[in-house]
Write a protein that binds this ligand. Structure first.
Ligand code: GRF
Length: 222
């Protein structure tokens, strides 16, 4: 079983989606802990109710980003994860901490990267006149939201969409995309090998797409 540690700063709906997916007998992964930089994160309550290892560390109690990350990831390492997933973890992670990681770390971002890195992606996609938006799962690298993209879910933008209505539809897809990616890694279908990825043995040259069937597909055929 692939041991997955989740980092979250807030509501934790993607964390909840991973927990639900992990309950399936054939999931191949288990969520082993939840770690936060905010003591008030709802995700922590869910972790506690679920009997999972959890902790929050206060960034203000540390001298700087590197010192915080050192303490934070030392705590995460205690649970011995095979994979770390940022699911609404709103802190930039220092390059030092990333260089010291011995397991892959993924992030889910609410846009079709490389479009709309950073915050307020839904409003920015509407303002830009985009006809579609979506979510991406990518490998975390020192540059914010710029790591290699593993998979995406696409969502059409309606003419009457508001940032909130669009965000709600994207979030639904996030809840399918993230467990699909983690499950594909757990089952050995998706292999991260340094900077290259393989899906069913074939090297990926573009992100996988989440199909209407809830499965990941290579290429444009989904
Ligand atoms: C999600 O939209 C995620 O893509 C972004 O932050 C939000 C977190 O939502 N990085 P939740 O805490 O998982 O409900």
């Amino acid at each position: 079983m692939l041991r997955v540690a989740v980092l979250a700063s807030g509501r934790g709906s993607n964390f909840a989606a991973l927990l639900r997916a992990a309950e399936h007998a054939d999931a191949g992964f288990g969520v082993v802990g939840l770690y936060s930089d905010r003591a008030t994160a709802a995700a922590l309550e869910l972790a506690a109710r679920s009997g999972l290892d959890h902790a929050s560390l206060d960034p203000r109690a540390h001298a700087d980003r590197v010192a915080f990350d050192h303490a934070f990831f030392a705590r995460v390492r205690q649970i011995q994860p095979d994979l770390i997933v940022c699911a609404g973890y709103m802190r930039i992670i220092s390059a030092t901490a990333l260089a010291n990681l011995t397991v892959p770390m993924l992030n889910i971002h609410p846009s079709l990267l490389p479009r709309h890195r950073g915050l307020d992606t839904h409003a920015r996609a509407i303002a830009a006149g985009d006809v579609e938006h979506g979510a991406s799962v990518h490998v975390v690298t020192p540059e914010l939201d710029a790591g290699p993209v593993l998979a995406q879910a696409r969502v059409p933008i309606d003419t009457d969409d508001t940032p909130d209505s669009l965000a709600a539809r994207v979030l639904e897809q996030e809840h399918r995309l993230l467990p699909a990616c983690v499950g594909a890694i757990a089952r050995g279908r998706l292999v991260l090998d340094g900077k290259t990825f393989r899906f069913d043995g074939v090297r990926l040259d573009q992100p996988l797409r989440l199909g209407a069937d809830g499965q990941l597909h290579a290429g444009a055929s989904a």
